[in-house]
Design a protein around this ligand. Structure first.
Ligand SMILES: [Fe+2]
Length: 408
């Protein structure tokens, strides 16, 4: 047996142990959007899907940039063609405040809409999910921030992502930023799972390279953090592995040539699976440490994760060697021919190299964040309780400070 084969067997055994019940396994649940439709021109099925959900009048939720890019019109064309009436809420902004969901829900009630379609990146999808919930539950979106605070099912909701990033189309979370309070928080409820995630790769073709890069790194972060989460389970591991391989193979290609539909398809499928993985296993400390960058300095979510990911992975190395070895192999690291230990360490280099190749800044100083903010950022990061608890290596405020310091 060659060295390559020995490492291969080692990784396969590790997968078997983690996936096939050879060790004790706690009860797990796995849930996502109730239905997924994926493929080129899937958007032509929108009218049928709306009717199947009983929708008579739709509230479309998106942002101005999507309208300028002509993507919103692409999605609304089947509604015009099939005579399905709709109203439009197009005031979504990046890192949205919860008041945007309040406005959208008011419009849905005034216009007597009975179904919500969210189109766009994570911000639009999160607002749309909250609008569907609020239209029935009333009150303010901010009142529902927390875990399982929503009393009843909202309007039926269809999510159409136009970035290969957030995975919000299949998760039970809507994240909001409260700028006055300098806080970020999510509505997390079983009633927020969308009824349908409709994914059409051609809708992501117009995404500019820098957004392809940052949203793609967010998707990679979901997959890696879910895969190594203390809540990971055989179902989430299965989709996480596939997501890591798809993103590893396609992110640079999609960044280099946005018109490469094969790369766009691979990325959209990868981000969908990354979203399913995080729905099943949660994310880890990278997300917790990224939140303060958004709340304090308006750094977009994907960019914050992208910069921090290699530093958090370096911290986690000693606690998740077997799974990091798999990540290295899935991302095409030169793991074959390396000893097990060195292939584990190579994973940080592989992620860092990909991030450099797609133009991600490598240091927090590059984002104009002052080093004096570290203490406050670490304090806030530790309040992001579930990702901190999911992290494979115990995270403390001191460790968070050391990771931020390393990233400067
Ligand atoms: Fe994320």
């Amino acid at each position: 047996m060659t060295l390559c084969e020995i490492i291969n067997v080692d990784i396969n055994i590790a997968m078997a142990i983690s996936s096939r019940g050879l060790i004790t396994m706690p009860v797990f649940t796995f849930q996502g959007a109730k239905k997924i439709v994926f493929g080129e021109e899937a958007v032509t099925k929108l009218a049928d899907e709306i009717r199947a959900l009983g929708g008579k009048k739709v509230l479309m939720v998106f942002d101005q940039a999507l309208k300028r890019a002509g993507v919103a019109q692409q999605v609304m064309a089947p509604l015009d063609a099939h005579g399905i009436p709709y109203a439009v809420y197009d005031q979504v902004t990046p890192e949205p405040e919860p008041t945007l969901a309040d406005q959208g829900a008011s419009m849905a009630r005034e216009e007597k809409c009975d179904l919500v379609v969210g189109v766009g990146g994570g911000s639009s999808l999160d607002v749309a999910k909250a609008v569907a919930m609020l239209t029935i539950n009333n009150g303010k979106a901010e009142d529902y921030i927390g875990l399982e605070t929503v009393p009843r099912q909202g309007l039926p909701a269809i999510m159409i992502p136009t970035t290969a990033g957030t995975g919000s189309e299949v998760t039970f979370t809507a994240v909001f930023t409260m700028r006055k309070k300098k806080e970020k928080g999510g509505i997390n409820s079983r009633f927020l799972y969308p009824d349908l995630a409709l994914l059409a790769p051609e809708l992501t073709v117009s995404l500019p390279p820098h957004l392809t890069a940052t949203t793609g790194m967010d998707a990679l972060t979901h997959a890696i953090e879910a895969f190594t989460s203390l809540q990971s389970n055989p179902m989430s591991d299965m989709v996480a592995r596939e997501a890591i391989a798809l993103i590893g193979a396609n992110l640079k290609r999609a960044f280099d040539n946005g018109d490469d539909i094969h790369a766009r398809r691979g990325m959209l499928l990868g981000s969908l699976m990354g979203g399913l993985a995080l729905a099943g296993a949660g994310v880890g400390a990278c997300h917790a440490l990224a939140y303060p960058l958004g709340a304090f300095f308006n750094i977009p979510h994907g960019l914050a994760n992208a910069v921090l990911l290699p530093y958090v992975m370096a911290y986690n190395l000693e606690s998740t060697e077997t799974k990091y070895a798999q990540v290295a192999s899935l991302m095409g690291a030169e793991a074959w021919g390396r000893l097990h230990k060195s292939s584990v360490k190579a994973v940080v280099d592989v992620v860092r190299r990909l991030s450099q190749e797609i133009g991600i800044p490598q240091r927090l100083g590059d984002l104009n964040i002052p080093e004096s903010a570290i203490e406050d950022m670490a304090e806030m990061a530790m309040t992001v309780a579930r990702p901190i608890a999911n992290n494979p290596r115990k995270m403390t405020k001191e460790a968070a400070i050391s990771i931020y310091e390393a990233a400067f």
